[in-house]
Design a protein around this ligand. Structure first.
Ligand SMILES: O=C(O)CCC(=O)C(=O)O
Length: 240
């Protein structure tokens, strides 16, 4: 991590999203990718249906869920002490790993993710929860980068509606009016990461290219956070 922890914390507090360059070495990224490919090929067929979401073609993996349960050795291999130190500062307390998952965004097939706030899924108060989004491929203009509205986390939770999108059930009722040129586009090299607050508005585009855009996500919350019953009820209604 080249930037100081203090500087990253200030930017995160202001913008609700930061980019961290070179969090992982190329060799580590390649090992993660190889292991995920093996897991999909060999282990996934024997796991419960909710271990993943498929794209509309019914065969291409869109997301892997709960890898901390389904493949704890892999989840463990991704964790880094220096990252946990930074995350603790950003969640204002002791960080606890809540989920390890992927957004695979396969070449040509990978679908869009609608505008949302992660806390519509996480349902925690205070909102001291975040995602470390690690690029295992180059993330380019063409293969479906994540777009953010900087500072939107400071406005709190927006009204939600069921989105009807498999893997992303909770959408925003009112779509943001911020023009695309003013949205922060998360272009990354393999091994770079984005860290976003759970109430920052974001979305991603479909993959229109021949290159995969695999993202590995580590979700952390502060141990002091609790379930917000109002958010939980909205989530349960959208998923029932
Ligand atoms: O990877 C993507 O395309 C979307 C990621 C996302 O929505 C999230 O991290 O909550």
């Amino acid at each position: 991590m080249k930037e100081s922890r203090e500087r990253l914390w200030e930017k995160y507090r202001e913008d609700g999203v930061i980019r961290v360059r070179g969090l992982f070495e190329t060799s580590e990224v390649e090992a993660f990718r190889r292991e995920l490919e093996r897991f999909i090929r060999e282990d996934l067929p024997g796991l419960p249906a909710d271990a993943c979401t498929y794209e509309e073609d019914g065969t291409t993996v869109r997301n892997l869920w709960r890898l901390e349960v389904h493949h704890p050795e892999f989840a463990q291999s991704v964790l880094r002490d220096d990252l946990v130190g930074l995350v603790g500062k950003l969640v204002n307390g002791t960080p606890q790993l809540a989920a390890v998952e992927t957004f695979n965004k396969a070449a040509r097939v990978g679908s869009a993710v609608p505008w949302h706030q992660d806390n519509a899924y996480f349902c925690r108060r205070p909102a001291d929860m975040l995602t470390v989004w690690i690029a295992l491929d180059p993330v380019t203009e063409m293969n479906g980068p994540v777009f953010y509205i900087k500072g939107s986390h400071r406005e709190g939770m927006q009204a939600t509606v069921p989105s009807g999108v498999a893997g992303n059930s909770m959408g925003l009722r009112d779509l943001p009016a911020v023009p695309v040129e003013e949205q922060f586009k998360g272009l990354l090299n393999p091994g770079d990461a984005l860290i976003h607050h759970c109430e920052t508005l974001h979305r991603s585009e479909p993959n229109r290219s021949d290159q995969s855009r695999l993202g590995l996500l580590l979700v952390y919350r502060g141990t002091h956070t609790e379930v917000d019953p109002v958010l939980r009820e909205a989530y349960q209604n959208a998923n029932s």
